[in-house]
Design a protein around this ligand. Structure first.
Ligand code: ASP
Ligand code: MG
Length: 436
């Protein structure tokens, strides 16, 4: 059984939804996961903010505009007045629940309930449309089986127990449709898998039911070997290993939710990135069978801050790193890259919320320097020491730019280099020329 996930742009209009029919209606049994129509979750985030502020008027205005868009789609999608009216009646309660009753007061999880409505509406509409179009599809509600634990990680035990029952209810249908992104939390309340989380839904389902493949359908044909906004002659990467894909997903301009790789890797299930505008394009296949190549891709991530701590106390001592890392843990700030010498430690973060407090605490351990507006350039490939040597092409290409930090050897699949963001475009081009 395959899992197919269609993202917001793939379901962004009535024509786009209609064009999915041949892909979905292809014989074999499958589970199809949908995101909300493109832009919906952004609007719902604003609605939730307005409701939380108590600004019910703006919330209702935004909701009404969204509703108008969905009404147009319903008008275009369904062929008879009867089925149009039925669809409008079906989604009405979802639009109503976007604005909580003012007198009752706004409860804690109200924002999550509001943000869940996009996937709920979109999936329900597409299920009705599929059935009207002669596809025997069954709507399996994600809130009946998808659940995260207290740390926000998938509760695999709960999910496997419950999805079996839910799938059995749809046993007469060749196509089972379900909502991406939304779930319940450890308390049973409506919650979500964070922005872009529909990809994650698809791979969690895939791993729980032992799918043969997880397909992520978007409006591009997979990962490119460099950023086409800055570099000419980029090409699609046809094969990636799970590890290479996990590195790229972090940099990948929202192509794939970074958590998606893990559940699929656990069970060795291939993840295929496909383009719903060009369904015949093979896309990018992520699997354990991927062949390694010396250089596969270059990717960049901006808004990186480098923090350097220099301290004589580090010399020949133990426990220094722990003290540094504890400060970041205290402020719930993930550290991405680390490099150390005998008396200094450099690290990078991409979350800047508590920078001042972190700096204050670090100052007690040594001299602290902070540099903002840095970029991580990551080269993905086969860097096993016995294969590559020192990857001289990379450093040759970058020799005109001040390099702030290098991470080499931590992963056999990637080398990461920190440079000033202003040098990024040139550096990406030079690297592309030199390694591809
Ligand atoms: N609709 C959600 C979002 O926009 C989830 C997703 O698209 O994957 O973040
Ligand atoms: Mg996405």
């Amino acid at each position: 059984m395959k899992i197919l996930k269609f993202g917001g742009t793939s379901v962004g209009s009535s024509e786009r939804i209609r064009s999915l029919l041949p892909i979905i209606n292809s014989g074999e049994r499958k589970i199809v996961v949908f995101s909300a129509m493109s832009g919906t979750t952004n609007v719902l985030t604003d609605v939730a903010d307005a409701v939380t502020r108590g600004d019910f008027r703006s919330a209702a205005e935004m909701r009404d505009e969204l509703k108008e868009r969905y009404r147009r789609v319903i008008g275009e999608l369904f062929s008879t007045t009867d089925s149009q009216e039925m669809a409008e009646r079906a989604v009405e309660p979802h639009f109503r629940s976007m604005i909580p009753n003012q007198e009752m007061g706004v409860s804690g999880g109200a924002d999550k309930i509001i943000m869940a409505q996009g996937e709920l509406i979109t999936t329900q509409l597409i299920n009705m449309f599929l059935n009207e179009s002669g596809v025997n599809s069954y709507h399996m509600p994600a809130l009946n089986y998808m659940r995260v634990d207290k740390d926000g990680d998938p509760d695999y035990y709960y999910i496997s127990e419950n999805i079996v029952r839910e799938m059995a209810r749809g046993c007469n249908s060749n196509t089972i449709v379900t909502e991406g992104y939304i779930c319940r939390n450890a308390f049973g309340e409506t919650d979500n898998l964070k922005r872009g989380g529909s990809d994650y839904t698809a791979s969690i389902i895939g791993s729980v039911i032992g799918a043969t493949e997880v397909q992520i359908w978007t409006d591009i044909s997979g990962f490119r070997n460099n950023d086409p906004r800055y570099v000419d002659n980029t090409s699609i990467i046809r094969e990636l290993s799970f590890d290479e894909a996990a590195e790229l997903a972090y940099f990948g301009a929202k192509i794939l939710h970074p958590s998606t790789i893990n559940p699929a890797r656990m069970k060795g299930i291939p993840v295929v990135l496909k383009n719903s505008m060009e369904p015949d394009d093979p896309g990018t296949v992520i699997s354990s069978a991927s062949v390694t190549a010396e250089y596969k891709a270059v990717a960049a991530k901006d808004s990186i801050t480098v923090i350097r701590i220099t301290s004589g106390r580090m010399l020949m001592s133990y426990g220094f790193m722990r003290k540094v890392f504890e400060i970041f843990e205290l402020y719930r700030t993930p550290i991405d890259m680390v490099a150390t010498s005998e008396v200094s430690l450099s690290l990078t973060v991409d979350m800047h919320d508590n920078m001042e407090q972190i700096k204050g605490e670090l100052s007690r351990l040594g001299n602290v320097e902070i540099e903002h507006d840095q970029t991580i350039i990551c080269v993905v490939g086969d860097f096993r020491p016995e294969v590559t040597g020192a990857a001289p092409e990379i450093f040759q290409a970058l020799n005109r730019f001040p390099v702030k930090m290098i991470s080499y050897g931590a992963s056999p699949n990637s080398i990461s280099i920190i440079i000033d963001s202003k040098d990024k475009e040139m550096a990406l081009r030079e690297l592309h020329q030199s390694i591809f």
